[in-house]
Write a new protein. Structure first.
Ligand code: ACO
Length: 421
C-alpha cells in the first residue's frame, strides 16, 4: 500500500457523511450545484462503495466511489467496478492521496470478486500509471442539416413522436431501447439502478445554458412499440443569414437499422436548425454507414472507457476470442504483482460466441511482452495489439506471434460506453 502523509488514512465513507463527501468533490471539480439541481438529481452513489482519505483531524481530504457493473466484453460479460467521483481537495493534491485511494479501490474490488475495473478519465494523463488502458474510442460528429441518408427498407413505416423529456414517462422507454440497442457491443454498460436510469432523463434548469428543456424524439413501429430515441436540446439562434439553431443530442440509440434511419432522418431535418451534434457514438455506429456524405460530418474522436485488469487470469477467461490462440504473454504489473509473470493463453473449441480460453501460469519462454495497461487497452477488442506494438508498447519476442494474437484479441463490433459514469 502507498504511504500517505503522516496521520492520514484511507476510510470507507458511509451515507451519513454524504454532504462532506460531496463537498470534497465539488472543490475538486470546480462545481457547485444549486439546491434545485440537487433536489432533481437521483442519488446514484452506492454508499457501501464510497471511500476517501481522512486527515489527522478526521476531515475528508479526498474521495472516490464505484458502481457495481456487469461490463459487456467480447462474447460475454464480467463483474466490473466502475470507478467514479474521484476527487482530491486542491490543497491536498500531489501528496499521494489518489495513489493510496487506487490501492484501496483495487483491494476492495478484488475482495468483492470484481476482476476488472473501468472508468472515464477526467484527464488522459491520470490513470495509465495505475494500469488502466484506454480501451475504446467514441466519435462525435457535427452533421449539417439536410444531410442525406442511404435508404433502409421499412423506415418510412415508422412514426416519430417529439416531446419534452419527462423522467416519470420516459425512463423505462430509454432503458429498454438502450439495452436492446447495445446487445453484443463490448463496453456498452447498461444502467443497472433505477437512479442511474432516471439520471439520463432529468434536466435541471442549470444545465440548459440558455437552451430549451431537454426534449425526446422517439421512433415507434405500427404496434406503437418504441424502437429508437434521442435525448436532445436546441438553442434558438438567429443570424443575419437566418435561423441557425444548433441541435445537441445527449444520447441516441436504435434497436435496428430502419429505426436508426427514421430517427436520424427526423433529427437532420428539424426546422430552423443548421447542424446536429451527435453525442458519443461507437466508431461503427449505423449513422456513419448511412450518411451519404460522411466526409461532411465533422468528427471528433476521443478516448471513451478505460479498463484495468485486476485479476488477470479471471478477466482474460471472461471474454471470448475471434481466432484460435496458443501464446505466452509476459506481463508487467507494478501495482498488482499477482498479475505479473508469464501466462499461457490457450483457446478451446469455438462456440457461437467465439473461442473460450484457458489461462495458466508457465515458465515457458514468452511470445509477447507487454504491460497490464496494454492488456486493458486491448481487452474489449477495439485496440489492436499490433497497433500497440507499432507504438513500441508491445514487444514481439517470438517472430510470427504478434499478428495471430492481435487477430484473436480483436472483435468485429467496436466497443463503446454510451454514457459517462
Ligand atoms: C474516474 C474519475 O472519477 S476521473 C476524475 C478525476 N478527478 C479530477 O480530475 C478532479 C480534479 N483533480 C483531482 O482531484 C486530483 O488532482 C487527481 C485525483 C486528478 C489526482 O490526485 P492526487 O492526489 O494529486 O494524485 P497523486 O498525488 O496520487 O498523484 C500520483 C501521480 O499522478 C500524477 N498525476 C495526478 N494527477 C495528474 C493529472 N491530472 N495530470 C498528470 N499527472 C497527474 C502525479 O503527478 C503523480 O505523479 P508521480 O507519481 O510521478 O509523482
Amino acid at each position: 500500500m502507498t504511504p500517505l502523509p503522516d496521520g492520514y488514512r484511507t476510510v470507507a465513507v458511509p451515507h451519513d457523511r454524504k454532504n462532506e463527501f460531496r463537498a470534497v468533490d465539488h472543490l475538486a471539480f470546480a462545481y457547485e450545484p444549486d439546491e434545485k439541481t440537487l433536489e432533481m438529481l437521483p442519488e446514484q452513489l452506492e454508499w457501501d462503495r464510497c471511500a476517501g482519505v481522512e486527515r489527522p483531524d478526521g476531515t475528508l481530504a479526498a474521495v472516490h466511489s464505484s458502481y457495481d457493473f456487469d461490463l459487456p466484453v467480447p462474447g460475454g460479460e464480467v463483474a466490473c467496478s466502475g470507478l467514479t467521483w474521484v476527487g482530491v481537495r486542491p490543497d491536498e493534491r500531489r501528496r499521494g492521496l489518489l495513489t493510496a485511494m487506487i490501492d484501496f479501490h483495487f483491494a476492495r474490488s478484488l475482495e468483492r470478486g470484481e476482476p476488472v475495473s473501468a472508468l472515464f478519465a477526467a484527464e488522459m494523463a491520470i490513470y495509465g500509471r495505475f494500469g488502466y488502458g484506454a480501451a475504446a474510442n467514441d466519435v462525435r460528429v457535427k452533421i449539417p442539416r439536410g444531410s442525406t441518408l442511404r435508404d433502409v427498407p421499412g423506415s418510412d413505416a415508422l412514426t416519430v413522436r417529439f416531446d419534452t423529456a419527462d423522467p416519470d414517462k420516459h425512463t423505462d422507454l430509454v432503458h429498454a431501447v438502450h439495452v436492446t440497442a447495445g446487445a453484443g457491443r463490448p463496453g456498452w454498460v447498461t444502467r443497472a439502478s433505477e437512479a442511474s436510469r432516471r439520471a439520463r432523463v432529468v434536466d435541471p434548469p442549470a444545465w440548459r445554458e440558455g437552451g430549451e428543456p431537454l426534449r425526446i424524439a422517439t421512433v415507434h413501429d405500427e404496434a406503437g412499440d418504441p424502437r429508437a430515441y434521442a435525448l436532445l436540446r436546441r438553442k434558438e439562434t438567429w443570424t443575419d443569414a437566418g435561423p441557425r439553431t444548433p441541435v445537441q443530442v445527449r444520447e441516441a440509440a436504435a434497436t435496428d437499422p430502419a429505426a436508426a434511419h427514421r430517427l436520424w432522418s427526423f433529427l437532420l431535418d428539424l426546422d430552423l436548425t443548421a447542424e446536429v451534434s451527435s453525442g458519443m457514438l461507437p466508431a461503427d455506429d449505423p449513422l456513419l454507414g448511412l450518411l451519404l456524405d460522411v466526409r461532411g460530418a465533422v468528427p471528433r474522436i476521443a478516448d471513451n472507457i478505460w479498463v484495468r485488469l485486476l485479476d488477470l487470469p479471471t478477466a482474460l477467461a471472461a471474454r471470448r476470442y475471434s481466432a484460435p490462440l496458443d501464446v505466452v504473454l509476459e506481463v508487467t504489473d507494478t501495482r498488482l504483482p499477482a498479475n505479473a509473470g508469464r501466462w499461457r493463453l490457450e483457446t478451446g473449441e469455438a462456440g457461437a460466441d467465439g473461442y473460450p480460453v484457458q489461462v495458466t501460469t508457465t515458465d515457458d519462454e514468452p511470445d509477447l511482452r507487454l504491460d497490464v495497461r496494454e492488456l486493458g487497452a486491448a481487452y474489449l477488442g477495439g485496440r489492436s495489439l499490433a497497433a500497440l506494438a507499432r507504438a513500441g508498447l508491445v514487444t514481439e519476442v517470438t517472430p510470427g506471434t504478434l499478428l495471430p494474437t492481435a487477430s484473436a484479441f480483436g472483435w468485429p463490433i467496436a466497443p463503446v460506453c454510451s454514457w459517462v459514469f
